[in-house]
Design a protein around this ligand. Structure first.
Ligand code: SF4
Length: 341
């Protein structure tokens, strides 16, 4: 990343790697988020026709940073490969997953599997599901009804059960991960969750929870300022409430905050939180430089990296320590950043 050319034509020497964050915030490269994935996306020959749907971003880029938990629901309920194609049907009431000729109905087996897998699988950071599959597709799956046009608003039976049983989990489909904005958001979520899991798995003190929450301030402001404040009120009760109850409550607010995709305006707000306290020691030229770059980011003319790098460049003393402690400036391993554009 050093000396990288930023979009907008500005070349900015990225500052040295952020220094060690204070415990209990692990550095992103020390984390391995656990991601369950439709196994055909990893290249396993489990599709109905004996083929696969290997996804290059997953197998060639993300693989180096996460631990996969491959799942093929149709294989797990005992259907081999190759096998007859399945589809969603909605003739009488609830959606079913059946063979094309409707001679076999696998709904009950699929629901039971989703229930078991949701409870059994190790603690996960997220799921990546195969789009348009009547089992795995999380949205836009074709639903068939006799003598009616195909309706493409269905959800795969396994995916629907999973979303209901694990509502806080980051769930994404392969096709949407081609969009850089959605891809970055998913990766941010899984690393945020991995940090949270590391905190709670290791046991924690109220002071550590306060430090954890403070370190996520800018990142949470960019996602969901209202939930950042709600989470702060939960943290303020640490030590006064049963830890398990507090953990549950904090994890829920934290996960819901990160589920909100950060908008440009909220990033501007987070950047101004960094800029405001440092403005007093900057001369006018530098102040105009920084606010100009933040404005340019707000107008979509430069990448987020540009104002972030400039702010770090002008930080000094305690400000540097504060920024180093903020997950906002390195939400996932720095080496992963170019792969998300
Ligand atoms: S989409 Fe799901 S059920 Fe179909 S082959 Fe892939 S993993 Fe198996």
């Amino acid at each position: 990343m050093k000396g990288e050319t930023m979009s907008g034509g500005t070349t900015v020497g990225r500052p040295e790697r952020l220094r060690d964050r204070p415990t209990p915030i692990p550095r992103p490269e020390s984390l391995r988020p656990r991601i369950a994935v439709s196994s055909c996306l990893l290249g396993e020959p489990v599709r109905y026709n004996g083929g696969h749907s290997r996804n290059r971003f997953l197998t060639e880029s993300l693989s180096a940073y996460v631990d996969w938990v491959p799942v093929c629901p149709e294989m797990e309920i005992g259907l081999g490969a190759p096998r007859p194609t399945l589809r969603l049907t909605t003739d009488d009431g609830p959606v079913r997953i059946t063979t094309k000729d409707r001679s076999a109905d696998h709904t009950d087996a699929m629901v039971a599997l989703a229930e078991r897998r949701a409870a059994e699988l190790p603690e996960l950071e997220g799921w990546i599901l195969k789009s348009r599959s009547p089992s795995c597709g999380p949205r836009g799956v074709s639903r068939y009804r006799k003598d009616m046009p195909v309706d493409r608003r269905g959800v795969g039976v396994f995916a629907a059960e999973l979303a209901e049983r694990r509502p806080l989990l980051a769930i994404e489909e392969d096709g949407r991960l081609n969009d850089p904005v959605l891809r970055r958001h998913f990766v941010e979520r899984i690393f945020a969750h991995a940090r949270l899991r590391a905190l709670f798995e290791g046991g924690w003190t109220p002071g550590e929870l306060v430090a954890f929450h403070s370190a996520h301030k800018l990142q949470m402001l960019a996602h969901d300022p209202a939930r950042y404040r709600i989470a702060g009120r939960v943290v303020a009760q640490a030590g006064a409430r049963p830890p398990a109850e507090l953990e549950r409550e904090y994890a829920e607010v934290f996960s819901r905050a990160f589920a909100v995709r950060p908008r440009r305006g909220r990033h501007v707000n987070a950047l101004l939180h960094v800029y405001s306290p440092m403005a007093r020691h900057l001369d006018e030229i530098r102040r105009l430089d920084i606010t100009g770059v933040i404005d340019a980011y707000g107008r979509g003319e430069v990448d987020l990296d540009v104002p972030m790098t400039l702010l770090r460049h002008h930080a000094r003393g305690e400000e540097i320590a504060y920024l180093d402690a903020q997950t906002y400036f390195e939400p996932f391993p720095a080496e992963l950043a170019p792969l998300l554009r």
